[in-house]
Design a protein around this ligand. Structure first.
Ligand code: SF4
Length: 383
């Protein structure tokens, strides 16, 4: 992290809060970033809580991203980055250090200082990793991803919820770093992918290639019908499913039938189901009830308490898998060679098979990312 401007006392101001000028801005920043109560200079107004119901805190060792599919069209991380957090983020050099990226607050940046944050939290909690980014974005250096996982492995009192729209890279990462994960991801490191409609269900195939004790799906914003029946047939394949509607300006409505179908399919397979919100103008505009009740089920873990969730009902299911083995036979063929034509560059990159040869335009581990890694037709649309 680059240094911030000095305070009147001569102490360097923490650049993580630099963009916040009022208490309201700090609180909003904090809801996203999960800064500890003891964060220097911020006093007691800070806590590590987040407004996201299915987690206790957020941790953002990287920030910035690029859109990968139409589920990203109203990305709150991008919105926050370009408004409230622009000054903070632009004070830090982006990973791909071009003039355009330096001026782009949503370009990918790494924040090594934030690697210490989980260690400062004494009380065990569920930690949403990278609510403002995607840890497996192509621009996040392999070595930095490794450092993030070393923190997660080393500070095991928390449960880490790693959510990505790029599970293909996650699977390749775990495969390449077997020394860190000789038995797969441990039970306190969960891995999930976002699936907003059926057309991106190839991400579930990739997720299943990650040897993990807990794999989860975040179907938020759910913007199309989603049939999970072919993915829930394997026992212990998917351990948790979250459904939520979109919120904010231009929010696309969630059809109740889409939510019911996912809920019923989960229950038929004893997979915990969490209904986060209907969405609308604000996240809670439509409430959280589906068919007259809240759905707050969580996978079994020592942190799967729901006391802090309104109407919590602690329903659990077994989450063991055959540690270290790809316990589910992954059907990759349907994910390969689809001509999506969506215009979202990362989506095309992600459609390559996990176990296949590196695509011509894919970086090898440690190779600095450049535009030249992308074939001409795949140049980013949003960067
Ligand atoms: S992958 Fe996530 S963080 Fe990245 S643009 Fe899409 S919604 Fe935003």
């Amino acid at each position: 992290m680059t240094g911030g401007s000095p305070t009147p006392t001569g102490r360097p101001r923490d650049p993580g809060i630099l963009g916040c000028r009022t208490k309201a801005e700090v609180l909003r920043f904090h809801l996203v970033h999960g800064i500890p109560r003891s964060y220097p200079g911020m006093g007691a107004i800070l806590s590590e809580r987040t407004a996201i119901e299915w987690t206790d805190a957020t941790w953002n060792p990287t920030t910035g991203c690029t859109r990968v599919s139409d589920g990203c069209d109203h990305c709150y991380a991008e919105r926050l980055s370009r408004r409230l957090l622009a000054a903070t983020y632009c004070a830090q050099l982006p990973v791909v250090n071009t003039e355009a990226n330096r001026a782009n607050p949503f370009a990918v940046r790494t924040w090594p200082d934030r690697l210490e944050i989980p260690g400062s939290w004494r009380r065990p909690r569920r930690v949403f990793v990278n609510s403002m980014s995607d840890l497996f974005h192509r621009d996040v250096p392999e070595e930095f991803v490794r450092r993030c996982f070393q923190v997660m492995l080393g500070i095991g009192r928390h449960v880490y919820q790693v959510l990505t729209k790029r599970p293909g890279r996650a699977a390749r990462f775990v495969e390449r770093h077997r020394d860190l994960f000789p038995k797969g991801l441990p039970p306190h490191v969960w891995i999930g992918t976002s699936v907003e409609r059926q057309s991106v269900d190839y991400r579930i195939h990739h997720l299943l290639a990650v040897p993990a004790s807990v794999r989860f799906l975040s179907c938020e914003p759910l913007i199309g019908a989603l049939d999970l029946s072919s993915f829930l047939t394997h026992r212990r394949a998917i351990h948790w499913v979250i459904v939520g509607g979109e919120s904010g300006p231009g929010a696309r409505p969630l059809d109740p039938q889409w939510a019911r179908l996912v809920r019923d399919q989960c229950h038929a397979r004893q997979v915990p189901f969490f209904f986060k919100q209907w969405g609308g103008r604000t996240p809670k505009a439509g409430g959280r009830e589906l068919d007259g009740q809240d759905w707050n089920e969580l996978p079994a873990s020592r942190l799967s308490r729901t006391a802090n969730i309104k109407g919590g009902d602690s329903t659990t299911s077994p989450t063991r898998c055959s540690n270290g083995r790809h316990d589910v036979r992954v059907r990759m063929s349907s994910a390969v060679g689809r001509s999506g034509g969506s215009g979202y560059v990362d989506e095309r990159l992600e459609r390559w098979p996990v176990g296949g040869r590196l695509a011509r335009h894919e970086r090898s581990p440690g190779t600095p990312p450049t535009q030249s890694h992308l074939p001409g037709r795949d140049r980013p649309r949003y960067v």
